[in-house]
Design a protein around this ligand. Structure first.
Ligand SMILES: [Zn+2]
Length: 106
């Protein structure tokens, strides 16, 4: 809806269609407060629009993903450390076994 265009609203009591500025329409949709049709009937949007900003939902989702990825990094770092330790444990044994094999062959 561009600036200057009016949001169309119909009165539930008399059926009159009237215009509201997009700003006021947005406020009333959001806060659920009442307003009046040109014939004086009290009108309100029955279900206020959710107060959750979609950007907040996106932010929450991204924060959750960052949390999940941070946990993954911690887990993988731990696994990597364990594998490095295991590699270090295997290295000297391999070095010791090789000369022994050579002796048996010789
Ligand atoms: Zn009315």
């Amino acid at each position: 809806m561009s600036e200057g265009e009016l949001a169309r609203v119909s009165c539930a009591t008399c059926g009159t269609t009237f215009g509201m500025t997009p700003t006021l329409y947005g406020f009333r949709k959001k806060d659920g407060e009442g307003f009046f049709c040109p014939n004086g009937h009290s009108v309100r949007f029955t279900r206020p629009a959710p107060t959750v900003d979609p950007r907040d939902a996106e932010l929450t989702k991204l924060r959750s993903e960052v949390g999940s990825l941070t946990k993954d990094i911690a887990r993988l770092t731990k696994e990597n450390d364990a594998l490095r330790t295991e590699l270090e444990l295997w290295k000297p044994r391999e070095a010791l076994e090789r000369p022994a094999e050579k002796d048996e062959v010789a």
